[in-house]
Design a protein around this ligand. Structure first.
Ligand code: SF4
Ligand code: SF4
Length: 95
């Protein structure tokens, strides 16, 4: 795993926005880039789960804390991860 972390310029927190982290576990190679660069440590590599290629894949541990900086999305070499932006008002209305 990489020892140093880059600190992204985070977008200002917006109470209007909520972010969902979507990971395609079949496509993920478990390279750890996303978790190495997440400034909030929200991603881990699964210890007991494998995909069909017998690779441990990335999982989200604290999805509600995502700041939406998209650092993970930009760095993923296999395009297995993306951030879905939701309007909190829509979420509340649909619940
Ligand atoms: S978008 Fe969310 S999960 Fe991805 S690096 Fe930023 S804070 Fe972490
Ligand atoms: S950067 Fe992409 S391929 Fe690497 S562990 Fe994260 S989701 Fe998986």
């Amino acid at each position: 795993m990489l020892k140093s972390k880059r600190t992204p310029i985070l977008p200002p927190p917006s109470p209007e926005k909520k972010y969902e982290i979507i990971i395609d576990s079949e496509q993920c190679d478990g390279c750890e880039l996303c978790l190495s660069f997440c400034p909030k440590d929200l991603i881990e590599i699964s210890e007991d789960k494998f995909n069909s290629r017998m690779l441990h894949y990335a999982i989200v541990v604290k999805p509600e804390e995502c700041a939406g900086c998209r650092q993970c999305e930009r760095l993923c070499p296999t395009v297995s991860l993306y951030i879905l932006e939701k309007d909190n008002k829509e979420v509340i209305n649909n619940e």
